[in-house]
Design a protein around this ligand. Structure first.
Ligand code: FES
Length: 138
């Protein structure tokens, strides 16, 4: 009985710690790991709250990075509600991003769709900060 209780508790703890898996038929899962130095001029905006930057040539269409004021978020730049196309790279605008195809708009705080149509939220990537360096990966 003791063994069974231990096994149950262990299983519950494992389930609680598991990251939620993001599933989306439009976006493939691309592995990458990058470091972003906010002391470089192209990323310096990220030192300040409510600013966002698009980092190209990583992920599917790039990564949108946002400073929430208390933490950072990182999302795939490809519109999550359509297959990647020539116009599906979203452009950041402070705390939202917008797709130039049909103007789907998403919150960079939560990844939720705020304007347009579709059932999927932005694809999140892992992000952490150490000093002026952001570590982003999938
Ligand atoms: S691909 Fe973005 S709105 Fe259609």
């Amino acid at each position: 009985m003791k063994k069974l209780s231990f096994f149950l508790i262990f299983t519950i703890l494992l389930a609680c710690n598991k990251e939620q898996v993001y599933q989306n038929p439009y976006l493939e899962n691309v592995s990458f790991s990058i470091q972003v130095n906010m002391d470089l001029p192209e990323y310096a905006l990220l030192k300040y709250a409510n600013n966002s930057v698009l980092i190209r040539n990583v992920g599917i269409k790039g990564v949108l990075v946002f400073n929430t004021g208390t933490s950072y978020t990182a999302f795939e730049a490809s519109d999550p509600n359509h297959y990647p196309s020539d116009c599906s790279t979203m452009q950041p605008n402070q705390f939202t991003c917008q797709c130039p195809c049909e103007n789907n708009t998403y919150s960079l705080f939560t990844g939720q769709l705020t304007q347009g149509s579709g059932q999927y939220s932005l694809k999140p990537y892992r992000i952490s900060r150490n000093g002026q360096i952001l570590y982003i990966s999938n």
